[in-house]
Design a protein around this ligand. Structure first.
Ligand SMILES: NC(=O)C1=CN([C@@H]2O[C@H](COP(=O)(O)OP(=O)(O)OC[C@H]3O[C@@H](n4cnc5c(N)ncnc54)[C@H](OP(=O)(O)O)[C@@H]3O)[C@@H](O)[C@H]2O)C=CC1
Ligand SMILES: CCCCCCCCCCCCCCCC(=O)[C@@H](N)CO
Length: 325
């Protein structure tokens, strides 16, 4: 006769197994693998920072890469850099994502896309009270409206291409950890990045029947020319609070992003803090992996507790900062 204790020990893994099986049945959309070799990958903001690293990583894996940005000279330099690193001649497209006509024309020129990476982004941190509304609008226009323009222009071609080839396509959207949690000094930036999540969750439901798979990438501070510019004028509290998640290299963010999008991961965290944030903010987002779903189901309560610790730390920092003035 087995002791009640041994029986109990057996019950735990059994419950876990049943829960895992239930989640395997429930998780939607279904798992997918998105090939990128010999496929057309279009990366906006591909002339600098994370976008340029992504372009190199995709070209190194045999993708046909197009990069889009405003500045033609920087695009040419990026093309040289990609060629030097991988031997691949990327196509360059000059357009401002704020201009829907220019975006449509660029996509026409580029031809049908298999993987669209909406990575372009601007960030000008400042307390809302001090920030010029034009700056707030600038971030919304480039980060949010620009992404609308890109997806609108690319979708028809992506749909027919996915149908023709029978291969799954991908739309990957660059958010930020500041698109998962509000940060001091980022009212407009966080708003633009949180908004992308609503766009992405809704869009995934609209395009799943066309074999198009949406991903969102959530990097922490990442060493790029953009970050160097930002740091010249970032409020001290923004730097301190954003420092809660360790800075990454653009290459490492690009690798996470590319691996995640190839697996059709809806939420792509980039470091350990990012994984905690993803569990804490999973909400009703699509989840393809039963294993990750299991971690989310068990982790949710605990991560809320950890989050309370972070908030305690941030609010103490803010209070002390004001007390010193
Ligand atoms: N670096 C960081 O700390 C983090 C960055 N991110 C996000 O990652 C993305 C890339 O950031 P990062 O690599 O640092 O940025 P960079 O500033 O280094 O590069 C930005 C790229 O976007 C292009 N771009 C900017 N505005 C437009 C526009 N209106 N139309 C078309 N292209 C445009 C730029 O080219 P050009 O100026 O010639 O148009 C450039 O290629 C952004 O969305 C950012 O919000 C997220 C988390 C952290
Ligand atoms: C549940 C526990 C969670 C713990 C993790 C909390 C860490 C949050 C840190 C947020 C950092 C935001 C950086 C934004 C970078 C960015 O986008 C700018 N550089 C502009 O590009």
């Amino acid at each position: 006769m087995a002791s009640p204790f041994l029986l109990f020990l057996l019950v735990i893994p059994l419950c876990l197994l049943v829960l895992f099986l239930a989640l395997s049945f429930l998780t939607r959309p279904k798992p997918v693998r998105i090939p990128i070799k010999n496929r057309h990958v279009l990366i906006t903001g591909g002339s600098s920072g994370i976008g340029l690293s992504l372009a190199k990583a995709a070209a190194a894996e045999g993708a046909h890469v197009s990069i889009l940005a405003r500045n033609a000279k920087r695009l040419e330099e990026a093309r040289e850099e990609i060629k030097l690193a991988t031997g691949h001649m990327a196509r360059v497209l000059v357009a401002d994502v704020r201009d829907p006509q220019a975006v449509a024309q660029a996509l026409e020129e580029a031809g049908p896309v298999d993987v669209l990476v909406c990575n372009q982004g601007v960030f000008v941190p400042m307390e809302l009270e001090k920030q010029d509304l034009e700056e707030a609008k600038f971030m919304i226009d480039v980060n949010l409206m620009g992404t609308f323009h890109l997806i609108k222009a690319a979708l028809p071609g992506m749909k027919s291409r996915a149908k023709e080839t029978g291969l799954p396509a991908s739309i990957a959207i660059m958010s930020s950890q500041a698109g998962q949690v509000g940060i001091y000094g980022y009212t407009a930036y966080s708003a633009s990045k949180f908004a992308l999540r609503g766009l992405a969750e809704s869009l995934q439901q609209e395009v799943i029947a066309h074999n198009i798979h949406v991903s969102m990438i959530f990097p922490p501070d990442t060493a790029t020319p953009g970050l160097a510019e930002e740091q010249k004028r970032r409020p001290e509290l923004t730097t301190i609070i954003a420092g809660s998640s360790a800075e990454m290299k653009a290459e490492d963010v690009a690798k996470k992003a590319l691996d995640g999008l190839k697996e059709g991961q809806f939420i792509i965290p980039c470091n350990f803090d990012g994984t905690m944030l993803a569990i804490a903010t999973a909400g009703l987002s699509p989840q393809r992996s039963a294993t990750t779903a299991l971690v989310e189901v068990f982790g949710a309560g605990f991560m809320r507790f950890v989050a309370m610790g972070f908030q305690w730390n941030w609010y103490s920092t803010i209070q002390n900062w004001h007390a010193k003035r």
